[in-house]
Design a binder for this molecule. Structure first.
Ligand SMILES: *Cc1c(COP(=O)(O)O)cnc(C)c1O
Length: 404
């Protein structure tokens, strides 16, 4: 058999400039990109070990936790999900998963593959769970772990968690939460809310590329892991081994993705520099301006009022407007990426992300101007300039608290 012949010589890689205003990945901060161009250190080099310690300290701040076992798992947000589930679950353990979108459904799938006896409760896309229905399900299922998504990126729904964590504990269950999209965009208080296990991802509101998954395990979760009678089903994600590399022993487990850890360190440093409160306020303000601009063009939001995430707006495509026509044009003419709807919202929603470094007035203004042009060209009628005017009004009044 002939060996494959030499392909045409590829030129240097040169991706087109893009503004990533979809559900992720989001735009990476230039300081993070610069950090990724730094020369590698060895994964056991004292300087890299110091960087790991520093990163853990920064992660504890961003998660608002004292948990010792707080670190970044190698892999994207889904690896974080899997890490939390496979470490807490032993085959046959009942687990209750709350599903109101794609990521809750993914958690149930992961739990099933880990051997859990998975029971689910469901809510339509765009809605959140209330504590009473979760309590009723816990009483029925008697789960060892309750899994729930804080920020459901497929629908823009923002799930309140404090009461649900208390209820889980009252009935002897652990609570594990998905903060892939919430961390760095809206308040996350792991200790104050008494959350047992949490995972996130670097590519949403942390302004880094996809590839690491910050996780944190509290005392109840650590007890559960230490009482396991079976090995963790995944070798790669086994916290009992990973913690020995991140802890004082520094035992080799797998080679840390050095460059990505540089990126995360820098992304977290930027959060400390800005301050969590200021960052949450910035996300809230830009979302408020975006929604005011959309409303002025007759574009509503799918997600239930009062539970809309600031970093992900699930916009209602007006009747008669073709989803793909608009998204193609945004990409071709302005280099702007927004996401489409998933599941029942396919073709009916645009998912607009204003995440991390991407949550800026200039981006809101550019997107509204681009959308206005597209929609008017497609025959959608509204007052010209209304969208930018409405957004500008929000920014002009922004000295008032937007979180209230
Ligand atoms: C993006 C996302 C994930 C998965 O993260 P990946 O980086 O795509 O693996 C999980 N949960 C939520 C809520 C997300 O938004």
């Amino acid at each position: 058999m002939a060996a494959p012949s030499r392909p045409a010589i590829p030129g240097p890689l040169c991706p087109s400039p893009r503004l990533l205003l979809g559900p992720g990945p989001s735009d990476v901060h230039p300081r993070v990109l610069a950090a990724m161009g730094m020369p590698l250190l060895g994964h056991l080099d004292p300087e890299f070990v110091a960087l790991m310690d520093e990163t853990q300290e920064l992660l504890r701040y961003v998660f608002q936790t004292e948990n010792r076992l707080t670190l970044a798992v190698s892999g994207t947000g889904s690896a974080g999900m899997e890490a939390v589930v496979v470490n807490l679950i032993e085959p046959g353990d009942p687990m209750l998963v709350c599903i109101n979108g794609v990521f809750g459904a993914r958690m149930a799938d992961v739990a099933g593959r880990a051997g859990a006896d998975v029971q689910v409760i469901e809510r339509p896309y765009g809605e959140v769970f209330d504590p009473d229905e979760v309590e009723a399900a816990i009483q029925r299922v008697r789960p060892k772990v309750v899994g729930i998504v804080h920020a459901e990126t497929s629908t823009g729904a923002w799930q309140p968690l404090e009461d649900i964590a208390q209820i889980a504990h009252k009935h002897g269950a652990l609570i594990a939460i998905d903060t892939v999209t919430s961390l760095g965009g809206v308040p996350v208080h792991i200790d104050e809310w008494d959350i047992d296990a949490v995972y996130s991802g670097t590519q949403k509101c942390l302004s880094c590329p996809p590839a690491l998954a910050p996780v944190s395990f509290g005392p109840r979760a650590i007890d559960r892991i230490s009482q396991r009678t079976t090995k963790v089903q995944s070798w790669y994600l086994d916290m009992t081994m990973i913690k020995n590399y991140w802890g004082s022993d520094r035992v080799y487990h797998h080679t840390a993705p050095i460059t990505m850890n540089y990126a995360l360190r820098e992304g977290l440093a930027l959060i400390v520099e800005e301050g969590l409160e200021a960052r949450w306020t910035r996300h809230a303000l830009n979302a408020k301006a975006l929604k005011a601009g959309l409303a002025a063009m007759g574009v509503g939001v799918w997600t239930a009022e009062g539970h809309q995430l600031p970093q992900l707006t699930c916009a209602r495509i007006p009747d008669g407007i073709d989803d793909l026509t608009v998204r193609k044009r945004l990409l071709q003419d302005w280099g702007i990426e927004v996401g489409g709807g998933l599941g029942s919202l396919k073709g009916r929603a645009w998912r607009i992300g204003l995440m991390g470094h991407g949550s800026r007035q200039a981006n809101v203004t550019l997107l509204l101007a681009a959308l206005e042009t597209c929609l008017r060209d497609l025959g959608h009628r509204f007052e010209p300039g209304a969208a930018l005017g409405a957004a500008a009004e929000v920014y002009a009044g922004s000295s008032k608290s937007v979180l209230a």
